[in-house]
Structures are given as C-alpha cells and as structure tokens.
Design a protein around this ligand. Structure first.
Ligand code: GDG
Length: 459
C-alpha cells in the first residue's frame, strides 16, 4: 500500500477530537499507511526571512506531522493576502471584496515554492500525494519543476467560479494552468466541474477525453466532483454523549414555550448571515404569530478578524441584530441571540437537536458541513427542518431541505414560516431521505473515492 502524504495549509493532530471530521477522516488513511501530513504550523515568526524557514517534525502515533512556520511577510502576502483577500472572495463570487494588491502573488508563489522545497526530501518513491485547497493551487507545478513524478491529487474545498468571474484575477490563466500539473482535480459539486470545464474550453482550448479526463495547456488531468461529507457515526455519537444531551435538555427547558431557529457559521461574508437576519425580521413582520415565540440563535465564530471585510461584516451584523431586538423584543423575549464566540464542538449537536429550524443560508459555499451536521443531530421521531441556500454545494445533494434564495428576503421568510409549520409526517419523511443521502456519502466515502480515483488516474 502506498504511503499517503497530505498537504494542507494547516495541520491537525488527527488523534484529537477537536481536530474535526476532516482531520479524523484523513487521519484514518494516514494511520493505515503510516502517512505524512505537511503544512503550516500556525506560527508566525517576526524575525525570519521570506521563503526561509525551519522544518519541524513530530509523531502523532503512526502519523508524521511535518510543519513549517511563516515569517510575517510570507503570512501577510500568502495567507492574508493572496489566499484570503484574492482567492477566497473571488472564488465566492465577491469581486467587490477582493484586494488585488500586486505584492500578494509573489508571497503566494514563494510559500508554495518553499513548501515544495521542504517536502521534496521527505518523499518516498511510492508515496501518493493529496494537496488540499486554494492556498496550494500551484504546489504540484512547483513539485514537478523539482522533478517530482508522484501521483498528486488536489481537492478544492471552496467553489470553482464561472469563467468570467475567474478572469478577474490577474493571474487566472497561470492558476488554471497550474491545476494541470495534478493527476486528479476534485471539486465539491457538478456545478464546479461545469465551471472548470467551461473555463478550460474557452481559455485553454480543452479537449474532453473519456473517463472525465480533460486535455488543455499541453497536459491531461482527471476532473470530478467528490462532494465532501461528514463522519456520520462520530457526529451521532457526539449527539448522544452527555455534553450534547445536557445542552439539548437545557435549551428545551429554557425555550419550552418558544420555537428555536439556529445558525452556526464562521463569521464569514460568504455565509449570508446578514441576509438571514433580514429574513428573520421579515418573518416577524409578515407572520406576527411568531412574535414572542420564534427565537433565532446565531453562533458566528470569530474568523480572519484582521482582514478588513470581516470587521465590516461584524459591524453590520451587530447593527442588524440590535435593531431586530430593539424593534421587536419584549421584556422576556429577545428575538435574536447573537454569539460571536466559538461554541465547544461537543455541544454543537445538542444545539442542533433543540432547534425546530436550521438556517444554512450562504451566498455561495463549496459544500457546507453544518447543513449535514444539523440533519444528523435531529431526533428522527421529531426532526427539525433544514432551510438551505440553493447556493451551497450541499444543495445538489440535499434536495429534501427547503431550498431558498438568500437574496430574496420575502421568499426566505416564507420558507422559514413553512418550516415552522411543517406537519410531523412531512418532517419525518424529508429527514429520512436526507439522512440516507448524508450517510451514503459520508466523509469516509469521500476519502475512499478520491483516493481510488487518484490511484487510477495515471492508467
Ligand atoms: C470549507 C468550505 C466546505 C462552526 N462554528 C462553530 C463550529 N463550526 C464548525 C461546523 C462545521 C465547520 O465548523 C464549518 O464547516 P463548513 O463546511 O460549514 O464551512 P468552512 O469552514 O467554510 O469550510 C465549505 C468545507 O471547507 C469542507 O470541505 O464544506 O464549503 O467553505 O463542522 O460545525 N464548531 C464549533 N464551534 C463553533 O462555534 N465547535
């Protein structure tokens, strides 16, 4: 069996439950093969030189964790700059929020080159390499330039934008060409695959070959959708563990005469959080029977606080929540409870289970795992209803959710009302179908199918 080498911006110890489902899923394959996980340590050093850094190696059971620090300049240009102020906004269709500062690209290339340089000596002949996400698009091209002949797969966790949006990035052709240094490119949804194919057909005169192969820029790559899932068994266990159950019972007791609506996200402009508050306000306005009853809990955990767009979002949200509470609140009822803190993972399923409605309303999202977690946490005999944006990758799979357009405030309010009034039989039927699909395509399925496709990609 080939050794698995995973490369991602951040590295997590797969033995720690706080690492999350992805780390656990990758950890399983890494454990089996005595694998290597390589990435940034999370540490920013004030004194290092750009592109220069030391490698730290440590063992986590059979898995080797290899990390590098970043100096301040590399961090600011590669991570905050090109990754999070160019690629993240543009890939989420937010050209208005992109900052095309010309200095960022040099840092992005420099860190990808440094990753390749540090990784090369650690590779063994039969390794199979899996690179994750938008921070590392050119990594395979850098490795190839250093003579790496291994099978290399890439998985993009965020959406692939349509060609004309992609074209706003000054280096768009270089980025897309870089993807052809991989053997396999995995995307979240069929819509993403269509955008990729459309781009390379227009800009790279691509030829579509058999078995999902695409030939362009003088190279061939396999491109397929691998919708990421969650670890259903682990999340079910977490749901029935005492912390989640205590949270569930506590919430049920506190809100015994009220209906709970729940949103959990990183505070990110892609998640459509202000749009959700506007729809909730519209709900209270148009369907007054929900006043003094419906309560929306919004957990927006802090994320990338030092990027400007995020500070603006935080301010907008605080204003919106304050005005709903000011206009509709009663002495004993606060319509919106907004929490800008991370909630412990072991409590998340309890919160989900206590909610009558789960609100997952991104303006654009690669997949969105909260949607799947919400469904899995429900009591099958009395499940809550998932209201899901049609712009989340998850909407391609989760057709039995109430699909909404977050830009349509009135439409979303009426879907939330429909969710609050949905009869038990319909809730159960929808939940059952959603569960079956989420279970069939869980994170283990995702990992297995991707790695099998990568094994076969050079045949
Ligand atoms: C990217 C893509 C794609 C959130 N708040 C808290 C908390 N969370 C957890 C959720 C969930 C995870 O964070 C978020 O996952 P998402 O998938 O929703 O979103 P991104 O972080 O944007 O992830 C996305 C994903 O990659 C995987 O490919 O689905 O489209 O954008 O697990 O539960 N967890 C805790 N406290 C919080 O306050 N403990």
């Amino acid at each position: 069996m080939s050794r698995l080498v995973v490369i991602s911006n951040r590295v997590a110890d797969p033995r720690k439950p706080a690492a999350g489902g992805l780390a656990v899923a990758l950890g399983e394959a890494l454990n089996k093969t005595g694998g290597l996980w390589f990435g940034w340590s999370g540490t920013v050093t004030e004194d290092g030189a750009p592109g220069e850094t030391e490698l730290h190696m440590r063992q986590a059971g059979p898995v080797t964790l290899a990390t590098v620090d970043l100096c301040r300049e590399d961090h600011d240009t590669y991570y905050h700059g090109y990754s999070n102020s160019v690629l993240w906004p543009v890939f989420h269709y937010r050209l208005d929020l992109a900052d095309f500062d010309a200095s960022y690209i040099a840092g992005y290339r420099r860190v990808n080159q440094m990753f390749a340089r540090k990784l090369m000596p650690l590779l063994r002949d039969d390794d199979i390499i899996w690179v994750h996400d938008y921070h590392l698009i050119p990594l395979a091209a850098e490795l190839r330039a250093m003579g790496c002949k291994h099978r290399i797969g890439f998985f993009l966790h965020i959406p692939m934008p349509p060609p004309l949006i992609m074209a706003a990035i000054p280096q768009h052709e270089w980025l897309m060409r870089s993807l052809f240094a991989y053997d396999l490119v995995g995307l979240q949804s069929e819509a993403d695959v269509a955008h990729f194919t459309h781009y390379v057909r227009n800009e790279g005169s691509a030829e579509e070959l058999e078995n999902k192969r695409v030939r362009a820029f003088g190279a061939t790559v396999v491109v397929r959708a691998f919708p990421i899932g969650i670890d259903v068994d682990e999340f079910t266990r977490l749901t029935h563990a005492s912390d989640a159950m205590d949270t569930f019972l506590g919430m049920r007791a506190e809100y015994s005469r009220r209906r709970l609506l729940l949103g959990i996200d990183r505070l990110d402009y892609s998640k459509g959080i202000p749009h959700r508050v506007r729809a909730f306000r519209e709900l209270l306005d148009r369907y007054p029977e929900n006043r003094d009853s419906a309560t929306m809990i919004m957990i927006a955990s802090p994320s990338r606080d030092d990027v400007h767009a995020y500070a603006d979002l935080r301010q907008e949200l605080e204003g919106l929540c304050g005005s709903v509470n000011g206009d509709y609140g009663e002495l004993d009822w606060m319509p919106v409870r907004y929490i800008h803190r991370m909630v412990a993972r072991r409590r998340v399923p309890g919160l989900c289970r206590a909610a009558a409605v789960g609100l997952v309303t991104p303006l654009r999202d690669g997949m969105n795992l909260v949607a799947k977690e919400f469904v899995v946490a429900q009591d099958p005999d009395d499940p809550g209803v998932l209201v899901l944006s049609r712009f989340a990758g998850a909407a391609e799979q989760l057709k039995e959710a109430l699909l909404v357009n977050p830009y349509d405030t009135a439409g979303m309010a009426s879907s939330i009302q429909q969710a609050l009034q949905m009869p038990l039989a319909e809730r159960k039927a929808r939940h059952q179908q959603l569960m079956a699909r989420i279970r069939e395509h869980d994170v283990h399925w995702w990992r297995k199918t991707f790695l099998e496709a990568l094994e076969k990609s050079q045949e």
